[in-house]
Ligand binder design. Sequence first.
Ligand SMILES: [Zn+2]
Length: 131
Amino acid sequence: MKSPRYTREIPQRFRLEAEKCEGCGKIHFPPRLICQECQSRNFSVVKLHDEGKVVTFTVIHVAPDQFATQTPYIVAIVELNDGVKITSQIVDCAIDDVIIGNKVKIVFRKVQQDGQAGVLCYGYKCVLLRS
Ligand SMILES: [Zn+2]
């Protein structure tokens, strides 16, 4: 069974949908009910930019059980080109390749396998943009 949370987050996980406040223009990701800047409740759906840069990162050596086979791996705060910050794994590179300021692009990958039924959960991760 996919968890209710996983299902609820599908628009964000797969379509990178965020909400733009009609009051002040701030983009919220994940979406919120009330704008934290201006308390407006009016939002329009916008798609996040799929490229950005690494603001900071950490290397995970001891992971929760479902990610244990992936260690060591990198979790970064990425600032997208529209100013939105997301937390994402950086994949397809050596640990030493990642430095603050690296340009990255969002890709879709298997995130985890759920339980014995082996239901696959997908989501976004980031890869380095080579220049
Ligand atoms: Zn607002």
